[in-house]
Design a protein around this ligand. Structure first.
Ligand code: HEC
Length: 117
């Protein structure tokens, strides 16, 4: 009987100790989704084009002109092996990046990750 009580205490202690870990894991980049970023035409295709290799946060931290975003896409393809983005899709992706992440950070270019969105 005494052993039973200790077991329950041990399990309780372990659960309390690991609870913050579970909380922290909910903020890992692998769990980000397009909804974490400002809405706009092309958000989903852009998000899914970039996130196989790195978090979209890396993209969202930048602010560039359309030309610079274009160069970035070339760079990703030439240096990092991103499948080329061509035609309509390239236009869609550049439209989203240019509108959402211009050189001067416009309102909405940054979103509070704790705003519950
Ligand atoms: C095939 C893999 C791959 C894909 C797909 C990819 N990237 Fe990257 N990207 C990388 C790697 C690797 C780095 C790290 C490069 C470095 O800074 O050394 C990087 C870094 C970046 C950076 C940071 C540059 C800096 O100055 O720190 C930006 C911005 C970026 N990528 C934009 C994009 C965008 C926009 C897309 C989607 C359209 C994209 N990437 C898709 C591989 C990829």
């Amino acid at each position: 009987m005494r052993f039973g009580v200790w077991k329950i205490l041990l399990i309780t202690a372990v659960s309390i100790a690991t609870a913050p870990l579970a909380f922290a894991q909910s903020f890992t980049p692998s769990q980000e989704s397009p909804e974490d970023y400002p809405a706009g035409a092309g958000r989903e295709p852009t998000f899914y084009a970039c996130t196989p290799c790195h978090g979209f946060k890396l993209v969202a931290q930048q602010g560039q002109t359309r030309q610079q975003w274009d160069d970035t896409l070339n760079w990703m393809t030439q240096k990092h092996g991103m499948p080329p983005i061509d035609g309509e899709l390239r236009k869609t992706v550049l439209d989203y990046l240019e509108t959402t992440y211009p050189p001067r950070r416009a309102p909405g270019g940054w979103q509070n990750p704790f705003s519950g969105q």
